[in-house]
Design a protein around this ligand. Structure first.
Ligand SMILES: C[S@@+](CC[C@H](N)C(=O)[O-])C[C@H]1O[C@@H](n2cnc3c(N)ncnc32)[C@H](O)[C@@H]1O
Length: 461
């Protein structure tokens, strides 16, 4: 069948057909082709032969669900989480761990195929670095608060509906985050503290965020609320301190907006410190509520180790730690660098970064509040040029203005730590005239999910 004919193939809603699954797609779904049209099937695995039913038809792709598995993958396994199907927070629990690691490398390959013109046969794309025990790895939970049968609950909104799934034992979370959230909900119910304002028809306590220091055992609780005033706030704080001695910091963050962003701009200390401490190898980090910190501390050491390897410092380099958060990567690289400059848009993160450098006796690192796209051109204009640049941007990738400055400043090495292979691929493509990709190293920061983290080493041509 030629291409024109294949485009004329009509796929109808509820239509059923057999499908062989070829790959895992970027969102963790199985990917197959029906008469050359791409079909996404959540829950299906590579190598499987399934019968699917079409659930949605789009101009360029089709969504379908598994009706029957005719031939199952030998890597299919039973997902241990009781709310796996409803929750949607994890996408790959039904795939054995080695299969997940392979799938993540393949997702990276798919992104490079899609967004670059690189010859993939010539690229060194390494096997994904996994975890020994890929459970209970998350140091932070962000559970939404709601009500069910008149009682407060905390959990995640289902991927496919607006329903809040009550979660009291999430198996990818550190047990302390589960314990703390469950106990706070118990306190709210014990004292009948309202989480929803019936009159105003709005949520009062929106989200309970807990972050634990794996090495220190310290826990911070952030109560995200729509306004400053919360009924029985003092009682709630007092009970949390009484029942949960591991909680060393309780803060309130006010976010009146209805957005997907958890935090608003205002944070108030309610009890204890403003931050908690965490240790990774020999470094101690101070973490404020809004400051970014990697979610999987065990893999973070491996990730930063890879960043350090790729930076290949000799002691003489001026290094930029762009999108630095609390300064973690820069500190990791500090003993090999002559000078380090880091920047981040979150002021609390930069405040923490300065404290962290001081605590680690690193005197040759400076941290600045501001965006990478504003500060890099400014430094260039002032005549300050780095030899090595490490970036770790959010999912949207690097700003073009920042990458344009990199092309002009021409650091010898550009180390790209990425949490989104699509934007990584686009940015690599944008830099390809100036930079050669030496290798790409995926690291599994989020077992059981389809998220892929990669360290890419680029060198100046
Ligand atoms: C993925 S985190 C990386 C943080 C840090 N490197 C680490 O490993 O913990 C991305 C960071 O980029 C910051 N950020 C977002 N947009 C930025 C921008 N345009 N310029 C600088 N930093 C930015 C965020 O505040 C966040 O701390």
């Amino acid at each position: 069948m030629n291409k024109q004919q294949s485009n004329q193939v009509r796929i109808e809603l509820k239509q059923q057909f057999p499908l062989t699954i070829k790959r895992i797609g970027i969102n963790g779904e199985g990917v197959g082709f029906f008469k050359r049209k791409i079909v996404f099937v959540p829950g299906a695995l590579p190598g499987e032969e399934v019968v699917v039913e079409v659930t949605k038809v789009h101009p360029k792709f089709t969504e379908a669900r598994v009706k029957k598995i005719r031939k199952a993958s030998p890597q299919r396994t039973k997902a241990p989480c009781p709310v796996y199907e409803q929750c949607g927070g994890c996408q790959l629990q039904h795939l054995e761990y080695q299969g997940q690691l392979d799938a993540k490398r393949d997702i990276l390959i798919q992104s490079l195929e899609r967004h670059t013109k690189l010859n993939l046969d010539e690229l060194d794309i390494r096997p994904t670095i996994g975890m020994d025990n890929p459970w209970h790895y998350r140091n932070k939970s962000q559970f939404q608060v709601g009500t069910q049968d008149g009682k407060a609950i905390a959990g995640l909104y289902s991927m496919n509906s607006n329903k809040l799934i009550d979660i009291d034992e999430c198996i990818v979370q550190h047990p302390l985050t589960n314990k703390v959230t469950t106990e706070i909900i118990r306190i709210i119910n014990d004292f009948k503290i309202p989480v929803y304002d019936e009159k105003q028809k709005r949520q009062i306590i929106k989200t309970i965020v807990t972050r634990v220091g794996f090495e220190t055992g310290q826990v911070q609780v952030v109560l995200v609320t729509t306004e400053k005033k919360v009924p029985q706030k003092d009682l709630l704080v007092q009970e949390i301190s009484k029942r949960l001695p591991e909680v060393v910091s309780i803060v309130q963050n006010i976010n009146p907006k209805k957005t997907s962003l958890i935090f608003g701009d205002q944070t108030i200390n309610l009890q204890g410190k403003d931050s908690i401490k965490e240790r990774l190898d020999e470094f101690t980090y101070e973490l404020s509520a809004r400051a970014f910190f990697q979610l999987n501390p065990i893999q973070t050491s491996k990730l930063y180790g890879e960043a350090k390897k790729a930076a290949a410092l000799t002691g003489n380099e001026k290094v930029v730690d762009a999108y630095c958060g609390v300064g973690t990567i820069g500190l990791w690289l500090a003993d090999g660098a002559k000078e380090i400059r880091g920047m981040d848009v979150i002021k609390e993160g930069i405040d923490d970064a300065k404290k962290n450098a001081k605590a680690s006796r690193v005197n040759h690192a400076d941290y600045y509040v501001g965006s990478a796209e504003d500060l890099m051109p400014k430094w260039k204009q002032e005549g300050w040029r780095p030899d090595v640049v490490v970036v770790d941007p959010p999912r949207v990738g690097c700003d073009r203005k920042f990458l344009d400055t990199i092309k002009e400043v021409k650091p010898k090495r550009f180390v790209y730590v990425s949490c989104n292979p699509s934007t990584l691929a686009k940015d690599i493509e944008y830099l390809k005239r100036e930079y050669r990709v030496e290798y790409l190293q995926p690291v599994d920061m989020f077992p059981q999910t389809a998220h892929v983290e990669v360290v890419a080493k680029l060198t100046l041509k």
